[in-house]
Design a protein around this ligand. Structure first.
Ligand code: ATP
Ligand code: MG
Length: 353
């Protein structure tokens, strides 16, 4: 039986409307009802019916909840709760991000025959990289490093809140594959192939460097408004990733500063050891690009542009068109936007005053 609006999960989460659907789960906008009329908007994610009987997917989902709950950072979607109903279905409760995902943001420009302003794409990249850095730099209570590799960085997993804060979501594959060999079998991994690094396509282990490559692909696609590794079949995409043939960005975006292309090409290097050493390094290089090339307030500009993008799309979230997700459209003209900097540095989404 599938859920309906109005259903109450775990005695306190009321499902309101289905707002998205990914490879293995469905996401609902919901409201948490507490004592004395207390309410809080939340997102409730439920494993799809067809995967409900699969131990592997259930364990992956439990892992997503566990990993997510251990990560607390302004640029990471907070996992709040994990519950079951009387039919044994699992529900992951997350903070509600009122805004849209990066794929929808980019598509909103394409619909208007435009491309996203490069400075905003850079600001979004910095926010997502800060979330990624927090996961990579995670430590246990005893102080020992316990890095979490995301493994599924994609435009759908970068959420943009209307207040301009960038939030990375879906740590579902994060450590699951370390624990479950079966998840590495072809066809069973829910991570999007298009964002894999060449060494992953070659059968290697995911790492900080492969997360940074994925961020490079996401940013390249957000600027170009086209897929970087595209193909009619997964095999074709796989081959292109393995060859690491990066199409030139400058011909598609002649407006971007050369230093920005250089940062992206460094993240997209075929050899993991030639990429940035850390997400923090890559974020600071991007911040440097903004600082040297722009003069207005990235935080305010991003917040306004997220609201405009929602308006262009005529609603809240743009539902996914295809299970593979990503950036589907090619646009023509480009745009530019002013970004401001204070003496103390760039004012970016996720920064605390
Ligand atoms: N916390 C949240 N707040 C608001 N919307 C969300 C939230 N989490 C996810 N969404 C929306 O729901 C959609 C579906 O999310 P879901 O994670 O199930 O799939 P996906 O990210 O598109 O693909 P994948 O299965 O690879 O993760 C997202 O694309 C996003 O637009
Ligand atoms: Mg997702």
């Amino acid at each position: 039986m599938s859920e309906r609006g109005g259903q109450v999960i775990g005695g306190k989460y009321e499902l309101l409307e289905k707002i998205g659907e990914g490879g293995m789960a469905v996401v609902w906008r919901a409201v948490m009802r507490g004592a004395a009329g207390f309410t809080r908007p939340v997102a409730v994610k439920k494993i799809k019916h067809e995967f409900r009987a699969s131990d592997r997917y259930i364990r992956m989902f439990v892992e997503e909840a566990r990993v997510g709950s251990e990560l607390a950072h302004p640029n990471i979607v907070q996992v709040l709760d994990f519950c079951t109903d009387d039919r044994g279905s699992y529900y992951l409760v997350m903070e509600w991000v009122e805004g849209l995902d990066l794929a929808a943001f980019v598509n909103s420009f394409a619909r208007a025959g435009d491309k996203a302003p490069w400075s905003l794409v850079v600001a979004i990249g910095i926010g997502a990289l800060r979330g990624l850095a927090a996961a990579h730099e995670r430590r246990r209570d005893d102080g020992n490093p316990a890095p979490v590799i995301h493994r599924d960085v994609s435009p759908h997993n970068i959420l943009l809140a209307g207040n301009g804060i960038v939030k990375l979501s879906d740590f579902g594959l994060a450590r699951a594959r370390d624990r479950m060999d079966s998840l590495t079998a072809p066809g069973t991994v829910k991570g999007k192939i298009s964002y894999w690094a060449p060494e992953i396509a070659g059968g290697g282990e995911a790492s900080v460097a492969s997360d940074l490559f994925a961020m490079g692909v996401v940013l390249w696609e957000s600027l170009a408004a086209e897929r970087l590794f595209d193909g009619a079949t997964d095999v074709e995409v796989f081959r292109k990733i393995y060859a690491c043939d990066i199409k030139p960005l400058n011909t598609r975006r002649p407006d971007i500063p050369p230093r920005l292309s250089a940062v992206l090409y460094e993240a997209l290097d075929a050899k993991p050891e030639n990429r940035f050493a850390t997400a923090r390094d890559m974020a600071s290089q991007l911040a440097d690009v903004l600082k040297k090339s722009s003069t207005s307030d990235a935080h305010n500009a991003l917040s306004e542009e997220i609201l405009r993008a929602r308006h262009r799309l005529g609603g809240r979230f743009l539902p996914r068109k295809t299970p593979a997700g990503g950036i589907p459209v090619v646009a023509s003209a480009d745009d530019s936007i002013d970004i401001q900097f204070s003496e103390a540095g760039t004012n970016l989404p996720g920064d605390k005053d």
